[in-house]
Ligand binder design. Structure first.
Ligand SMILES: C[S@@+](CC[C@H](N)C(=O)[O-])C[C@H]1O[C@@H](n2cnc3c(N)ncnc32)[C@H](O)[C@@H]1O
Length: 279
């Protein structure tokens, strides 16, 4: 995906958008995301698939199924949380997530989009003229800094329940940094709040595919939470259930995403999780 003005981890958001654009082009798509292709074309030009770096097609074959399934699962989890009373949604490391524009949110829902300033600027430039289906609030910050302060300044109300999303980000955090992120979410979350995320420990198939694209991309994966998701959540009072991504895929009538398919060499586990804060 060369050509984007985004760099490093920010550029990975374009890769995810490309996989969502692929899903959106399918007749049997699991979700509608007409914006995904706009981001990719703005970043990499009209011939983006032809100009993709060596190795991208193989990586896309490994990950497209996971991105399709996780997007639908997390769409459903966030909508359910808002229908059950969370009128705030926080998309941590939102990248090119266009949920603010494409999901039918209950009236009055506020969606906070948290990412680096340059990522949000690129995104709002591409979406100029599009109308969000909620009250969309940009929070330009670095998740390694005082982002809870930035969120409060943006009028997030910690006394009210919220739906929190960590999608496509945990792999890029060290185990300690992932713990800090969930601790901070927990501190800001009123009882009844919901958290949803995807997570997969690194595995040989993914590592080989990333390395074929670039050493920089290979090194972005640094582990994420060390505990399995249920224990990681439960230790902080979040009650829910992590599901194997292959199980969720089967429920949508899709094959196991190859990087997480136990029948494939070099695969490893992958999860999708939703949990509610008790107490
Ligand atoms: C793989 S993309 C996923 C984007 C989106 N959640 C999705 O699934 O489409 C990772 C995103 O994390 C953001 N990110 C990574 N580290 C960050 C940090 N320290 N502060 C803010 N955003 C960060 C990147 O800018 C990028 O948009």
């Amino acid at each position: 995906m060369s050509g984007t003005s985004l760099q490093g981890i920010g550029e990975t958001s374009i890769g995810v958008a490309a996989l969502r654009a692929l899903e959106n082009s399918r007749a049997d798509r699991l979700f509608d995301d007409p914006y995904a292709e706009r981001f990719v074309r703005a970043a990499a030009g009209d011939a983006y698939w032809e100009r993709a770096p060596a190795g991208w097609t193989e990586f896309a074959e490994l990950m497209a199924g996971q991105v399709a399934v996780r997007t639908r699962y997390l769409d459903d989890a966030l909508l359910k949380a808002t229908e059950e009373g969370c009128d705030q949604v926080v998309l941590l490391a939102c990248g090119m997530d266009a949920r603010a524009y494409r999901l039918g949110w209950p009236a009055g829902t506020r969606v906070f989009e948290v990412d680096f300033a340059e990522v949000l600027a690129f995104k709002s430039g591409v979406l100029k003229g599009a109308e969000p289906l909620c009250r969309r609030v940009e929070v330009a910050t670095d998740l390694r800094s005082d982002w809870p302060g930035a969120l409060r300044e943006a009028a997030f109300a910690p006394e009210r329940p919220a739906a929190w999303l960590m999608e496509g980000i945990l792999y890029a955090l060290t185990p300690d940094a992932a713990d800090v992120l969930l601790d901070r979410v927990t501190d800001l979350a009123a009882p009844g709040s919901v958290v949803a995320f995807d997570h997969a420990p690194d595995n040989p198939a993914l590592r080989a595919a990333r390395t074929a694209i670039s050493a920089d991309l290979a090194e972005l994966w640094v582990g994420g939470p060390e505990l399995d998701p249920d224990r990681w959540l439960g230790a902080r009072g979040w009650m829910g259930r992590a599901q194997d991504v292959c199980e969720v895929a089967a429920a949508y009538g899709r094959p196991a995403p190859p990087a997480f398919d136990p029948a494939r060499a070099g695969s490893g586990p992958g999860w999708l999780a939703t949990a509610r804060l008790t107490g």
